[in-house]
Design a protein around this ligand. Structure first.
Ligand code: MN
Length: 242
């Protein structure tokens, strides 16, 4: 993480003062910074941040190799965060919450939309995985059985979405009105966006851009998806149900 510069430090101070003054405000969505910057009109806007990786680069070996993790996190993800924050400033966007930001996805510039998605989706993705085995909670398991028939049927449908996503994109498990759904999104879109085909609260995601697996798996996306199941953080997915 780069050290805080003076401008950001000042903005964080203002954000903290604002929070204290406003009092009980809704917590930001996971993956969003509680910090902000001032636009040229003096309005406070969201600034995306790159969450620290919750484990070392080599922690998910052999399922996901250290070199891929390092490049993915320190180059690809870092670039999305840098680019979206630059674009937010250049375009004087003043959205104040994550919900507001993605709720306006269809009217954002391609640069903001793609990089905002990239910034948020990767924070979500890193936190969706862990080195030690975990299992769905009883509540999540019951929701999986109710929505898909069985855990194996869910896995099969999720794999199909991940494998079938043409080109770059993501597959998601989302929670919507008491049911679980699976959807794929192109590029850096996500199910929180106003123009998503399937909307809902994301519980789990897999990045199926080639940069996520090509070094180790080359064209064998199926092998990467199979390995992903070894490192899913099911406790986190259950926690995200709320
Ligand atoms: Mn990626």
């Amino acid at each position: 993480m780069e050290p805080l510069n003076r401008r950001k430090f000042i903005a964080m101070g203002l954000a903290a003062a604002g929070t204290a003054a406003i009092g009980n405000i809704a917590a930001p969505l996971e993956g969003f910074a509680a910090e902000s910057h001032l636009s040229t009109t003096g309005e406070r806007a969201f600034e995306f941040k790159q969450d620290p990786l919750p484990y070392p680069y080599n922690a998910l070996e052999p399922s996901i190799d250290a070199r891929t993790m390092e490049i993915h996190y320190s180059k690809h993800h870092a670039a999305y965060v840098k680019n979206v924050n630059e674009a937010i400033k250049a375009e004087n966007l003043t959205y104040k919450t994550a919900e507001e930001f993605f709720a306006h996805a269809s009217s954002l510039s391609a640069k903001v939309k793609n990089n905002a998605g990239g910034a948020w989706n990767h924070n979500f993705f890193w936190a969706s995985m862990k080195p030690s085995p975990s299992a769905p909670s009883a509540k999540l398991k019951a929701a999986i059985d109710k929505s898909f028939g069985s855990f194996d049927a869910f896995k099969s449908e999720f794999t199909k979405a991940a494998l079938g996503q043409f080109g770059s994109g993501w597959a998601w498990l989302v929670w919507d009105k008491g049911m679980l759904k699976i959807t794929g999104t192109a590029n850096q879109d996500n199910p929180l966006m106003d123009n998503a085909a399937v909307k809902g609260k994301p519980l789990l995601a897999i990045d199926v851009w080639e940069h996520a697996y090509y070094l180790k798996y080359q064209n064998k996306r199926n092998d990467y998806i199979s390995a992903f199941w070894n490192v899913v953080d099911w406790e986190k997915a259950a926690e995200r149900m709320g």
